[in-house]
Ligand binder design. Structure first.
Ligand code: ZN
Length: 933
């Protein structure tokens, strides 16, 4: 699965660029129904967690509540096949269904327990192989989302078929079998379709089933639908006939699926156009789009046709089924979902308008398509045994999506972007005390939603990248192939991959990896140096890096693959070692007194580095002359910023370092700088010298802005097309009058029909929204209503709240949340826009307090959007008073899913307020001196 909004961290918050939605990863939070220490004991991997020498710390879990223990379904009855028929009624939003489940009873029993939620189930009948039939009586366990079918006569071991009839509602909450709203091509008439989203545990809302990933079975799916609608499912259509009971309806039967988990079942009913092709191995591929927009599917189709054969070759396993379809669903909570053979996407993650989509949307689509296609093997063919190993599924897909995009679109230089977007991204939440290990023991399914977060995706993929580098590509591919082959159509656990990789590489994979997957956080390496004649003696100490600079009480330690390189051979690793103690010493030979050295070649190791001031100062030169790779250039300043936040250094050091980047021209390096500057901006907004800081920011970004200008150069690379709007946005928000005037001019021409280049359009919207008045807002709202492309709508939504006028921000919040102007899944983009200013943050906080109960009702108490509202809406404060208000408010609200996000927010605010207390005076003095020069 690919979750939804990418915040490009702070970039977005203050400087707010063309950020692309998707890949939002709500973070872990504690759940009301969790009593995790007890759940642990029921998990079949308990032993692993107990025997490991690593101390597991499960902070934030709610251990006091005495709810009944969660137990997975027993293995004494297993399903092998489902015959499933569904008939949806889109006028009443109801559906009927019947299912005939082939089961094996392995121990004699009087009842059968399976999952069903929000369904009326009746007419239970059990047939044995000898055709003996008996009826069953159904008991509901609403809380446990299960039914028990009780029989008078004891069932002996053997094969049976369990038939059930059921009915349910096509819901509005974007999970289970739910409705999709769209307008007819005429732009007026509102129509509905329906589609499924089952991961992690919502298949049970669509039909009764063994809804756990390790009960794999085959599925014969039949849909009964009105004739004018398309009926689509995982597999190709086997037969389509008129429905005997009503000739306005048809009955569509699909081929049998492979053996697979319930969370991967999918069916969609609605009006769609499509385009199609075959990949180089003959796999049939379609991209389904809204009516009359089939050309918007071309880019995704082309990408998929390149990526699918790439994976087949990389894994050395052919794509397992006959088709690989993709479809854009109008109402979609996540970014995309890897249902086998029918991948569902939100529109902005799949559709590219050849004329009006921006370059970063293209890049994003390529990435999401590559992510979902990787799951067709890693996840679908070989599936985690239980959600505890979800991180491996998501971390792996997130790593290999970059490998595939790099292969198909080298012009995106995507591995460099990995460091800024994925690697540097988890380093922030994982430094909080409220973080969690990537391998989290999951008991109750309610805990599953908690782990679709930056730790699972971003840290998971960074760990895989480090491992890939540690054992090398040949061993990695070989081990991976063996693993995927051995566990095809089966379930597995993380260690099984490690042991195949260990065998293929002859390296202690399990030992090295467990320190990264079973404990939270990551190390800070403190480096001290001494010159002895021609050699540099380097001492390295490890300790957990904690965001606010506090000491690690638990004294966590890691096994760290370390690399060092030096000036004399800047493109090669000089020394490498596996650091497996608290402290090591390395001697770098033939390094003269003025030569620089640096740890972590290309920023592959999962650690931050703290150098002594002279060691850091020597790096100015290879940064300025770009001897260091972009990955390394960006991480030097990223580490310094984090060390400043933690109080290891003063932020003045960061401001002094940045001038080395004045001539920087790499998109990704600027993205990382912009992100850190955004953070700092949102903090210094609470001081009375903020204007001086804006001047500093303007100076920093001016030369690159002059270089890039407003308009694309002929044959420009795609990275410049992405850098330009980012820089324009920053410079505009820093008050550059020329840029502001030009943006206003272009906006006026835009409204008159001379359209702005889609690459810079988002930046223009933000600038005019910020400096404009009510009439500008009116114009933005009109554009929003008129836009028929979701990408454009989201661009507009993000800009609206970025005004500096409080009444406009208030109106934006109303526009986003009241009435039905904005789809539920897009409201977060509107909200985040409003947090771009100090006043806006206050208004968002007031809004959330006033409307929290309504939001919980509308989105559902388990919705990931609630997490996003809290994390994105409230993290940017910098005072303890607001922190305690937030704490008190959520203590009275009792919304368990945001318990951990609230902790994260409080920790972040505390850290920010400490930075202000500690460094504010010195920053002010530095800025004064700096600007007098
Ligand atoms: Zn995924």
């Amino acid at each position: 699965m690919n979750t939804f909004i990418k915040r490009t961290q702070v970039l977005y918050r203050v400087i707010s660029i063309n950020f692309v939605d998707l890949s939002f990863t709500p973070s872990i939070s504690s759940s009301s129904s969790s009593s995790s220490s007890a759940y642990f004991l029921l998990n079949n991997k308990t032993k692993r967690f107990q025997s490991t020498h690593i101390k597991l710390k499960m902070t934030g879990r709610n251990t006091q509540e005495a709810k009944p223990l969660f137990q997975r379904l027993p293995q004494s009855i297993v399903p092998t096949h489902y015959d499933l028929t569904i008939q949806p009624y889109l006028d009443t939003f109801k559906f009927n269904g019947d299912v005939n489940i082939h089961i094996k009873v392995k121990e004699p029993t009087n009842n059968i327990v399976l999952y069903a939620a929000e369904l009326e189930v009746d007419n239970a009948k059990l047939k044995s192989t000898s055709n003996n039939e008996q009826g069953g009586k159904i008991d509901y366990d609403k809380e446990g989302e299960r039914i028990t079918v009780n029989f008078d006569k004891k069932l002996e071991t053997g094969d049976y078929q369990l038939a059930l009839k059921f009915a349910g509602e096509i819901s509005s909450r974007m999970r289970g079998f739910y409705r999709n709203k769209y307008t007819a091509p005429d732009g007026n008439e509102v129509r509905h379709g329906a589609s499924t989203q089952f991961e992690p545990a919502d298949c049970r809302r669509a039909f009764p089933c063994w809804d756990e990933p390790n009960f794999k079975a085959t599925f014969d799916i039949t849909l009964i639908t009105p004739k004018n609608l398309r009926a689509i499912s995982n597999m190709p259509i086997k037969a389509e006939n008129e429905y005997a009971n009503d000739k306005e309806w048809k009955i569509t039967k699909f081929d049998r699926t492979p053996v697979m988990s319930t969370y991967l079942v999918a069916y969609v009913v609605g009006e769609y156009d499509y385009i199609e092709t075959k990949d180089s191995n003959g796999v049939s591929m379609k991209v389904y789009t809204p009516l009359e927009k089939k050309e918007h599917g071309q880019f995704a189709l082309d990408t998929a046709a390149k990526v699918l054969p790439f994976y087949a070759e990389y894994f050395n396993i052919k794509y397992p089924i006959a088709k690989a379809d993709q479809i854009a669903i109008s109402d979609f909570a996540m970014g995309a979902m890897e249902n086998w053979g029918l991948i569902t996407y939100r529109e902005t993650a799949l559709l590219i308008d050849p004329k009006f989509s921006s370059m970063d949307t293209r890049q994003r689509v390529a990435i999401v398509v590559a992510h979902e296609l990787a799951h067709q093997w890693f996840g679908n063919l070989v599936t985690m045994d239980w959600w505890t190993d979800l991180w491996l599924n998501e971390g792996f897909a997130t790593w290999i999506e970059y490998l595939a995009v790099d292969k198909c679109y080298p012009e995106f230089d995507i591995w460099t972007q990995f460091v800024a977007d994925t690697f540097a991204r988890f380093l922030i939440p994982d430094a909080l005390k409220s973080s969690h290990p990537i391998e989290v023991p999951i008991g109750h399914p309610a805990e599953i939603d908690e782990i679709f977060d930056a730790i699972s995706y971003s840290k998971g993929s960074s760990v895989i990248r480090m491992l890939h580098d540690y054992i090398g590509d040949d061993a990695f591919r070989k081990g991976l192939h063996n693993y995927l082959t051995e566990y095809s159509y089966k379930n597995t656990v993380t260690e099984n991959l490690w042991s195949h990789l260990a065998k293929a590489s002859n390296k202690p994979v399990n030992e090295v990896m467990s320190s990264w997957t079973l404990q939270m956080g990551y190390p800070l390496l403190t480096v001290t140096e001494e010159q002895t004649n021609k050699n540099r003696v380097v001492k390295i100490k490890q300790q957990r890096f904690i965001a606010d600079g506090s000491a690690d009480d638990e004294n966590l330690q890691w096994k760290i693959p370390i690399t060092v390189f030096t000036k004399s051979n800047a493109k090669k690793i000089a020394q490498q070692t596996l650091m497996d103690k608290p402290e090591i010493t390395m001697t770098l030979e033939n390094v003269s007194e003025n030569d620089w050295f640096k740890l972590n070649y290309n920023s592959i190791g999962l650690y931050r580095v703290k150098y002594e001031s002279q060691t850091l100062a020597r790096l100015n030169e290879p940064i300025a002359n770009k001897t260091l790779s972009p990955q390394d250039r960006l991480m030097v300043q990223n580490d310094v910023a984090a060390l400043c936040n933690a109080g290891h250094q003063s932020f003045v050091d960061y401001l002094k370092l940045l001038p080395s980047y004045t001539d920087e021209d790499n998109f990704t390096v600027w993205k990382s700088i912009a992100s850190n500057m955004g953070d700092l901006s949102s903090l210094l907004e609470y001081t009375d010298y903020f204007n001086k800081f804006k001047q500093y920011r303007l100076n920093l970004f001016s030369s690159i802005q002059n270089k890039l200008g407003w308009d694309a150069k002929p044959n420009e690379d795609p990275l410049s097309a992405m850098l330009r709007p980012m820089i324009l946005g920053i410079v505009g928000k820093s008050g550059d009058q020329n840029v502001i005037d030009e943006a206003k001019k272009r906006f006026e021409r835009h409204i008159a029909g001379d359209l702005i280049d889609p690459d810079i359009r988002g930046a223009v919207y933000v600038i005019v929204s910020r400096y404009g008045d009510e009439s500008t807002q009116e114009a933005l709202r009109k554009l929003y209503v008129a836009a028929d492309m979701t990408e454009e709508k989201v661009r507009l939504l993000r800009s609206m709240g970025q005004s500096i006028k409080p009444e406009i921000i208030e109106n934006t919040l109303k526009f986003v949340f009241e009435g039905d102007n904005v789809r539920m899944q897009d409201s977060i983009s509107g909200l985040v826009g409003c947090t771009a200013s100090r006043d806006g943050r206050d208004l968002v906080w007031k809004f959330l307090q006033k409307n929290w109960t309504t939001l919980v009702e509308r989105f559902g108490e388990k919705s990931n959007f609630l997490i996003a509202f809290v994390e994105y809406g409230l993290s940017d404060f910098a005072d303890e008073k607001t922190a305690s208000e937030i704490k008190e408010f959520f203590e009275t609200m009792n919304t368990p899913i945001v318990a951990r996000p609230v902790k994260k927010v409080l920790e972040t605010i505390h850290m920010r307020s400490e930075v202000l207390k500690r460094d504010s005076k010195a920053i002010e003095e530095y800025l004064k001196r700096h600007q007098q020069q």
